[in-house]
Design a binder for this molecule. Structure first.
Ligand code: CUA
Length: 165
């Protein structure tokens, strides 16, 4: 919507410039007048472009990602449990999960209140695998294991709550 509006305004500006030039063409303006008009049009459009660029790039996602209000969660898997070091995470903020394992490969899978799988990442011996996510919907989320890891694989269930921010 913003892009469309800006495009229409710019197109109207350029169209006005052409119409104005054609309207005045029979008057046979001097070279000075033409040169002045050209110069002010170029400076006007340049200033307009700078303002639009700054305004539209202000909330560049890189700045958000680099902000220190990222929430870090350490999730450690083992036979057969998940150890999650938080009970609550805020909605609408970037959450970084560090997936560890104490023994074999596990799969960190996070299911929402609606039973939908939101994210998953492998937990591998000797590595910390990271995945980041922004939870939009508050509620009770479940951490399940996505990798068959032995007799009680299905018992690897933990929970945390996403709270409205
Ligand atoms: Cu851990 Cu399956």
């Amino acid at each position: 919507m913003l892009v469309l509006s800006v495009s229409l305004i710019l197109m109207a500006g350029i169209a006005w410039f052409f119409v104005d030039t054609i309207r005045h063409s029979h008057e046979g303006p001097s070279d000075d007048v033409l040169a002045n008009r050209r110069t002010s049009a170029i400076w006007g459009l340049t200033a307009f472009g700078v303002v639009i660029s700054v305004a539209s790039l202000w909330s560049w996602p890189h700045a958000v990602s680099a902000a220190d209000d990222v929430v870090t969660v350490n999730a450690t898997g083992g036979q057969w449990y998940w150890d999650i070091d938080v009970e609550e995470v805020p909605a609408g903020r970037t959450v970084v999960f560090n997936a560890h394992t104490e023994d074999v490969n596990h799969g960190l899978g996070i299911y929402g209140p609606d039973g939908r799988l939101h994210i998953q990442v492998q937990a591998m011996p000797g590595y910390v695998n990271q995945i980041e996510y922004v939870f939009d919907e508050p509620g009770l989320y479940q951490v399940l294991c996505m990798e068959f890891c032995g007799i009680a694989h299905h018992d690897m269930i933990a929970e945390f709550t996403v709270v409205a921010n």
